[in-house]
Design a protein around this ligand. Structure first.
Ligand SMILES: Nc1ncnc2c1ncn2[C@@H]1O[C@H](COP(=O)(O)OP(=O)(O)OP(=O)(O)O)[C@@H](O)[C@H]1O
Ligand SMILES: [Mg+2]
Length: 215
């Protein structure tokens, strides 16, 4: 994930980039009444992402990634991680790309669902964990607080889901996408050693640098 795309590099992901930008502008005007900015902070990450979704070979060769894996998008608060996935969600709905078409869920809502379900008389928290252990998934904003207290016991729900998803990836090649405000070190040490080790097997690591764009 270190090499940069050269300025005159016109790969076949150019069309994907154009479509992404068009949808980004549409989404931003509708939602925020502002332009989607592409600048020195997000150009590299957007190039890498567009390459990932449109040109597997180039992603592997130029960006030294592995297109079969999902990815973790690392970035500080407010740099635009969620927005990028909202735009991709629109894009995959518009164009048929079943290998990437993900379900969008926030880490926080998974934990709430698990807590609510654990109190239900007719179902159990396992139902939610299983629900998110299938098909292609984007988990928005994994933070340090990924544990839930269930029946007096602390359970790392997100880790349980990621472990299941690692098995799913090994069995069926189904990808997981994740974003986080944590640094690479904070993210990896947030999990148990066995999960930590699996992260490298199932994810490319992509950085979205910069400061918050909220204003
Ligand atoms: N490329 C961009 N151009 C202009 N504004 C942007 C861009 N990306 C994000 N923003 C704006 O920045 C704000 C934060 O974006 P977003 O929620 O996507 O960031 P985030 O990285 O997910 O933040 P957090 O870590 O807090 O979840 C939003 O108000 C959004 O409109
Ligand atoms: Mg976000």
């Amino acid at each position: 994930m270190s090499k940069k795309v050269e300025k005159n590099d016109s790969g076949c992901h150019d069309n994907f980039k154009k479509v992404f930008k068009k949808l980004a502008d549409y989404y931003f005007i509708e939602k925020w009444n502002r332009q989607f900015e592409i600048d020195g902070f997000n150009t590299d990450a957007l190039n890498i992402l567009c390459c990932y979704f449109s040109d597997n070979k180039k992603f592997n060769e130029v960006h030294e990634g592995d297109y079969r894996k999902g990815f973790i998008l690392f970035g500080n608060v407010g740099v635009g991680k969620t927005s990028i996935f909202r735009i991709l969600e629109l894009l995959f709905k518009e164009f048929y790309l079943p290998q990437y078409n993900f379900k969008f869920v926030t880490a926080r809502s998974i934990i709430s669902e698990v807590i609510i379900e654990s109190k239900s008389k007719v179902s159990s928290e396992e139902f939610i964990i299983q629900k998110y252990s299938k098909s292609i998934l984007y988990i928005d904003d994994i933070s340090k607080n990924s544990k839930a207290i269930i029946w007096g016991q602390k359970r790392d729900v997100i880790e349980e889901i990621l472990l299941n998803r690692y098995d799913l990836f090994c069995r069926n090649g189904k990808r997981t996408f994740v974003s986080t405000n944590l640094s690479r070190d904070e993210f990896t040490t947030n999990f148990s050693p066995s999960m930590n080790d699996r992260l490298f097997d199932m994810f490319n690591f992509i950085d979205l640098p910069g400061k918050s764009r909220r204003r």
